[in-house]
Design a protein around this ligand. Structure first.
Ligand code: GLC
Length: 737
């Protein structure tokens, strides 16, 4: 017998299915196919252009309509002038903000703060829904371990656990609100799956992701998204070992539907159904339609293949009405569960107050900054000791560039740049000399260097804003050489000759390879693309009003050729150690070929990143002590509690992101040398000590093993409580057989 709540759940669940069935029973074949048809339309006549098809039920969703009145006019037609009044999904890439822009997702990830990610998504949903948008193509939760890939910018980085936690937070921010959901967006977990493994970091390229790697690295964030209640999934462009995700019944049927029980809509990526022909998986759009529909793509993003060829497949018996009903039913279920069928979608909510939005994204920007270097504690700067500050570089005053990729609707007028923030903060106390020095980050004209050198020579300190314009990362914008573009490195070297304190602030959409110039910076802050309020966040951090707490969500290579480099790598049979590394410059002339004792390193780069995952400095210091573990041997199904004390051993309050890592020493498959399994933000006053506790259940140690089963395995585990993926307080425990 079910409880009252369970009964009500079953009734509401059954109610949804009954509603879907009733709609489908009244829909024509054309109208059912119409629900699968996602079209883009731009230009001044979008309403006239789309109205006839919407009235006839031939369109179920639209994307990239930018005009609020047009969006609402089209929604009005769908609801009031079509036979069934089914609302449109109104899609847009609201990736890290709408008008008010938060830091890049990669920057948000550096906060290691799900609440910040959730709040930024909430702000974005409020702003976008006020324009009639009800579906966003986010979170992008592809694991990204190759910074040559431009789309690392929109990811949460290299780690499955962190990505799962933050993807969940973003989904909740988009989909959950206090009122009837009018200010929510249906979220979309993308790109399912394995897109981040694009060979050579070239977008859309082949991915060869073995099943174990797919199961244990690339799929977990998507499974977390499913558990978080994400409304939709989007298939990846790429093929996985020869089968494009858009035609993969393993991904879309076996994993997503049968194993995970997902019942929402799956949308293809842009034109990806047609691109099955380009991949060479089929010869024409009829076959592409058949492959995608059979695999389980519900919505065809702009290829029009479903619209043109599904009726033919039905007519000649190659596709059943029942299958069409399943696809259309998934779309209808998404619209019902997304609340679209039970509220007036033709009158969107009001835009939220701008200041509240800016406050949220400013907090995110502050927590996204990562202090990578701070020699002699040169930061924070003290305005009382500075008469003149030189602000140099092509990215100090760029209101659009600081927003980053995927900001089609970003309002640059809301941006506060670092230069303007510094000027208003220091107004009257410190003279600010600004020299751009380079037209763009890619410039090769050194003509502006003299002015920069003169300004530096006359200043008490130099803050240098370098990096990449936003166009140098994001979709289809990959780089093989991920050093600072242009002649920026030369500018660093020249400014170093002035002997003045040199503080670097890098704005970029990826980790840059800076091994050859890192020593020239006295201090270095990584700001990613920090969004609308990047300026005040950076200025406050430079002068100590804000203490940096960010940690790297991705490893930083010393040079491009080290890529891919990530902390959760395998041990290999010949792991490198400091003792085994040979440096190319140390090899004597005439050295004979040797092959003994060799290990996994590069002669010219060693084996360690320039900065490891999880690393980030503060203006204070934190001391870890007193690691304890309540059991050294636990049964399967048991838990272990790991605790450590963290003390603020410096003279300034600060926030530390305490991290928990494990290593499964022996497994039926080789296991990563470290895996993040927990993190906690701890704010401490000087001298304050806090005990930080983590609970690990054997379920947290489960993985897909050699037998393909998801389970923890008996044996020994290392555990660390640490400030990054390197070092930390260490203990050992076992799961007994
Ligand atoms: C793009 C992207 C995808 C985006 C979609 C709609 O090509 O791959 O992430 O959501 O098309 O703009």
């Amino acid at each position: 017998m079910n409880s009252a709540r369970e009964e009500s759940t079953i009734v509401s669940r059954q109610d949804v299915e009954d509603r879907i069935r009733a709609l489908l029973d009244g829909m024509s074949l054309e109208e059912k196919v119409g629900q699968l048809n996602l079209v883009q339309c731009t230009g001044p006549h979008v309403v006239e252009d789309l109205a006839p098809d919407i009235r006839a039920g031939r369109i179920g969703s639209i994307l990239n309509v930018e005009d609020r009145d047009a969006i609402n006019a089209l929604q009005y037609i769908a609801v009031n002038e079509s036979r069934h009044g089914i609302p449109l999904l109104i899609g847009r890439d609201v990736i890290h903000g709408y008008h008010t822009i938060a830091p890049l997702p990669l920057g948000q990830a550096a906060s290691f703060n799900p609440a910040v990610v959730r709040d930024c998504a909430r702000v974005a949903a409020q702003e976008a829904s006020a324009f009639g948008i009800n579906w966003t193509f986010a979170p992008m939760i592809d694991i990204a371990r190759d910074p040559r890939w431009g789309r690392i910018a929109e990811s949460f980085g290299e780690d499955p656990f962190l990505t799962g936690q933050l993807g969940t937070a973003m989904i909740h921010g988009f989909q959950i609100s206090e009122d009837n959901g009018a200010d929510t967006l249906i979220a979309c977990a993308k790109h399912f799956a394995g897109y981040g493994a694009s060979e050579a970091g070239r977008d859309y390229n082949t991915t060869n992701v073995p099943l174990n790697e797919l199961r244990n690295v690339y799929l977990p964030p998507f499974q977390a998204a499913r558990a978080a209640g994400v409304g939709t999934f989007m298939t990846s462009f790429s093929d996985i070992d020869g089968i494009p995700a858009t035609a993969s019944d393993f991904l879309l049927k076996t994993v997503l539907r049968e194993e995970w029980g997902f019942e929402g809509a799956v949308v293809s990526d842009w034109d990806a159904i047609h691109q099955l022909c380009v991949h060479g998986l089929c010869e024409n759009d009829v076959e592409a339609t058949h492959l995608s529909a059979d695999a389980g793509v519900d919505i065809d993003m702009v290829s029009a293949a479903y619209q043109q060829h599904m009726p033919e497949l039905i007519a000649n018996g190659r596709m059943s009405i029942a299958r069409l009903d399943e696809l259309a039913g998934n779309v209808l279920r998404t619209k019902i569960l997304g609340g679209l069928m039970d509220r007036d979608v033709t009158s969107p909510p009001d835009e939220p107050p701008r200041m509240a939005a800016l406050t949220k994204v400013r907090e995110a920007a502050e927590q996204s900054l990562v202090l990578l270097r701070n020699e002699q504690n040169i930061l924070p700067l003290n305005a009382a000791h500075i008469e003149r500050l030189a602000v140099i570089g092509p990215l100090a005053d760029e209101p659009v560039e600081q927003l980053g990729t995927w900001i089609f609707d970003g309002d640059a007028a809301r941006s506060v740049t670092p230069l303007s923030a510094l000027k208003s903060m220091l107004d009257g106390d410190v003279a600010v000399d600004y020299v751009r020095a380079l037209e763009t980050s890619r410039s090769r004209d050194r003509g502006g260097f003299d002015d920069a050198l003169n300004a530096a020579g006359a200043a008490d300190a130099v803050v240098l804003f370098l990096g990449e314009e936003s166009i140098l990362s994001g979709e289809a914008h990959c780089r093989a050489d991920i050093t600072l573009p242009g002649v920026q490195a030369d500018l660093v070297r020249r400014l170093r000759t002035t002997g003045k304190p040199l503080i670097g602030v890098i704005l970029a959409g990826r980790p840059l390879a800076m091994g050859d110039i890192i020593e020239h910076f006295d201090a270095l802050i990584y700001a990613w693309h920090p969004g609308s309020m990047g300026g005040p966040a950076i200025a406050d951090t430079l002068f100590g009003r804000c203490v940096p707490s960010g940690k790297l969500p991705v490893s930083f290579p010393t040079m491009s050729g080290q890529v891919p480099i990530y902390y959760g790598h395998k041990q290999t049979g010949r792991p490198a150690t400091p003792e085994t590394v040979i440096h190319i410059d140390d090899i004597p002339a005439g050295a004979e070929q040797t092959s003994l004792g060799m290990t996994a390193f590069h002669l010219d780069a060693g084996y360690q990143p320039l900065f490891p995952f999880g690393f980030g400095l503060s203006y204070t210091t934190f001391h870890y002590s007193d690691l304890s573990i309540n059991h050294h041997d636990i049964p399967m199904g048991g838990s272990v509690v790991v605790e450590a004390s963290v003390t603020n051993s410096g003279d300034r309050s600060g926030t530390e992101i305490v991290q928990l890592y494990i290593r499964d020493r022996f497994g039926s498959l080789t296991r990563p040398v470290r895996e993040l399994k927990g993190f906690k933000r701890v704010h401490l006053e000087p001298g304050e000590t806090r005990k930080v506790s983590f609970r690990l259940h054997t379920d947290d140690l489960a993985f897909y093993g050699r037998n393909g089963q998801f389970a923890a395995e008996p044996g020994a585990f290392d555990v660390w409580v640490s400030a990054s993926s390197v070092g930390g307080l260490h203990a050992v425990f076992s799961i007994s057989g």
